[in-house]
Design a protein around this ligand. Structure first.
Ligand code: GDP
Ligand code: IMO
Ligand code: MG
Length: 425
C-alpha cells in the first residue's frame, strides 16, 4: 500500500484509531491533517490500551514518522501532556513532525467557546470545549490568528500575542461581563516553554510530505471526527469546524487527493453521535441503552454518553459519497451480537416523501423518519472469529446489506477492540 487514507463516514468514533493502527505497519508515514484534541482514539494492542487525541496513531510504532499537518489546530499543552503520558506507558515514539503552518489554541479560545456555548442554551452545539471552533474561526478571520511558526519566533510572538490578548479581553468582556482579563505576559511565558520543547519537531511538513512522495514513501492519512461532522458537508451547525470528511485531506496536508490510492471508509455497525443535532435513527429506549452498554459508548475525550441508534445507510452513504471511499471497514459488529433482530435505515420519509438523499438542512433531517429493513440477529459470540466464512450467516447478511446500501464493498470487519480481533474479506 503506497498512499492510503482512513476516514470516518458517520458522526465520529467509528474506531478509526484501530484501523489506522492496523495499517501503520504497512506505511512509513502517518499523517493527521485536521481537528485537534477534540478527537479521542482508543487503540488496544498487546494487552495495552492507548488513548490518543492529537497524536497520529502511528506514534505507537517507532518505525513510523508521524506528522501533524497544516490543517490541525494545536493546543501545545495538551500535545506535550499526551507525549508525556505515552512515555509513562513505555511508548518510545518514532519521529514526530509538526507543521509550522498549523494554528495554535490559546486560553482565550477556550474561554470564548465556553461563553458562546453557554449563550446558545438548549441549542448548544455540544462541543468538546477544547477551543477547536474558536481557533478555526480565528484562522479563517486571520486578524487574531497565531501559528506554530509564529510561536517559534519569540519577538514576533510576543508582539502578536500582546495585540491579540488585548483584543480578546475586550471581546470576552462583552460576552462575559465579569471576565477576569487574561495576561499576555503570563501566556507568553507559558507558551515559550512549550515552544522550546516542540521546536525540534516543528517544520514545513508540506515540503517533507512532497519530498517523501518523490521518494515513493508509503503514507497513511488519518482522519479525525467523521464525514457528517464536516463543516461544509455535515449537519451544520452541529458539526466540527474543519473538513472532517475525505474532502479535508488536500487542504489539511497540502498533498493532492489524487495521489491517494485507497480511501477506506470506517463505519460502526450501528450509529453513535455525541453532542447536539438530529440523529434520525437514535434509540432513546432499552435497545439504545443496550448498545451503549455493550459498546461502552462513552466519549473518550469528555466521558459523555454517546447517543446510540440503528445503522443509518442514508447518512453513511452520503458520508461515503462525499469522501469518495473505495471500500468499508465495518467496526464493532460484536456489539450487536445479543440482539434478536436488527434494523438498518435504508431511506428517510420526510413530509410523506420517501428519499435516499441526505437532507442539506437540519430542519428536514430533524423531520426525517427512518424507513427500516429488518434483519435477523445471529445471537452468537463472534469476538473470536478471524475469517469471514466463520461468521454466522446472519452476520454476513448484515454486513452485505451495509455494503450494498452504502455503495462500497466491505473489506474489513472488526469483532473486538484488539488488533487481533479483525476479519479481512
Ligand atoms: P475513533 O475516534 O474513530 O478512533 O473511535 P474511538 O476510539 O473514539 O471509539 C471506538 C471504540 O471502540 C474504542 O474504545 C475502541 O477500543 C473500540 N473498538 C474498536 N473496534 C471495536 C470492535 O470491533 N468491537 C468493540 N467492542 N469495540 C471496538
Ligand atoms: P473522533 O476523532 C465524535 C463533535 C462534538 C460536537 C461537535 C463539535 O474521536 O471521532 P468540537 O469540539 O469539534 O467543536 O465539537 O463535534 N465531535 C466529535 N464527536 N468524535 C469526535 O472525534 C469528535 N470531535 C468532535 O461532540 O458535537
Ligand atoms: Mg473517538
Amino acid at each position: 500500500m503506497a498512499v492510503t487514507a482512513v476516514v470516518g463516514l458517520q458522526w465520529g468514533d467509528e474506531a478509526k484509531g484501530k484501523i489506522v493502527d492496523l495499517l501503520t505497519d504497512q506505511h512509513e508515514i502517518v499523517v493527521r491533517y485536521l481537528g485537534g484534541n477534540n478527537a479521542g482514539h482508543t487503540v488496544v494492542c498487546n494487552g495495552q490500551t492507548y488513548k490518543l487525541s492529537l497524536l497520529p496513531s502511528g506514534i505507537l510504532r517507532d518505525s513510523v514518522v508521524s506528522v501533524i499537518a497544516t490543517g490541525v489546530v494545536i493546543n501545545p499543552k495538551a500535545l506535550l501532556e499526551e507525549l508525556d503520558s505515552l512515555s509513562r506507558q513505555g511508548v518510545e515514539p518514532g519521529r514526530l513532525l509538526i507543521s509550522d503552518r498549523a494554528h495554535v489554541i490559546f486560553p482565550y479560545h477556550l474561554a470564548e467557546e465556553a461563553a458562546l456555548e453557554r449563550r446558545r442554551g438548549e441549542k448548544a452545539i455540544g462541543t468538546t470545549m477544547r477551543g477547536i471552533g474558536t481557533c478555526y474561526r480565528d484562522k479563517a478571520g486571520r486578524t487574531h490568528a497565531i501559528r506554530m511558526g509564529d510561536m517559534m519566533r519569540p519577538e514576533l510572538f510576543r508582539e502578536r500575542l500582546e495585540d491579540v490578548v488585548a483584543q480578546k479581553n475586550d471581546i470576552l468582556r462583552a460576552l462575559v461581563p465579569d471576565h477576569e482579563p487574561l495576561q499576555a505576559a503570563a501566556i507568553y511565558d507559558e507558551y515559550m516553554q512549550y515552544a522550546e520543547r516542540l521546536r525540534p519537531m516543528v517544520t514545513d511538513t508540506t515540503a517533507f510530505l512532497h519530498h517523501a512522495l518523490k521518494q515513493n514513501s508509503s503514507m497513511l492519512f488519518e482522519a479525525a471526527q467523521g464525514s457528517l461532522l464536516d463543516i461544509d458537508h455535515g449537519t451544520f451547525p452541529y458539526v466540527t469546524s474543519s473538513n472532517s470528511s475525505g474532502c479535508g485531506i488536500h487542504p489539511g496536508s497540502g498533498v493532492p487527493e489524487r495521489v491517494i490510492e485507497k480511501m477506506i471508509g470506517v463505519v460502526k455497525a450501528y450509529t453513535t453521535r455525541v453532542g447536539g443535532g438530529p440523529c434520525p435513527t437514535e434509540l432513546e429506549d432499552e435497545t439504545g441503552q443496550h448498545i451503549r452498554d455493550e459498546g461502552n459508548e462513552y466519549g473518550t475525550v469528555t466521558g459523555r454518553p454517546r447517543r446510540c441508534g440503528w445503522f443509518d445507510a442514508v447518512a453513511t452513504g452520503y458520508g461515503a459519497r462525499i469522501s469518495g471511499v473505495d471500500c468499508l471497514a465495518v467496526m464493532l459488529l460484536d456489539v450487536l451480537s445479543k440482539l434478536d433482530e436488527l434494523k438498518i435505515c435504508e431511506a428517510y420519509e420526510i413530509d410523506g416523501e420517501r428519499t435516499t438523499d441526505f437532507p442539506s438542512h437540519i430542519d428536514e433531517l430533524a423531520r426525517a423518519k427512518p424507513v427500516y429493513r429488518t434483519l435477523p440477529g445471529w445471537k452468537k459470540d463472534i469476538t473470536g472469529v478471524r475469517k469471514l466464512s466463520d461468521l454466522p450467516s446472519e452476520a454476513r447478511a448484515y454486513i452485505d446489506c451495509v455494503g450494498e446500501l452504502v455503495g462500497a464493498p466491505v473489506e474489513i470487519v472488526s469483532v473486538g477492540p484488539d488488533r487481533e480481533q479483525t476479519v479481512r474479506g
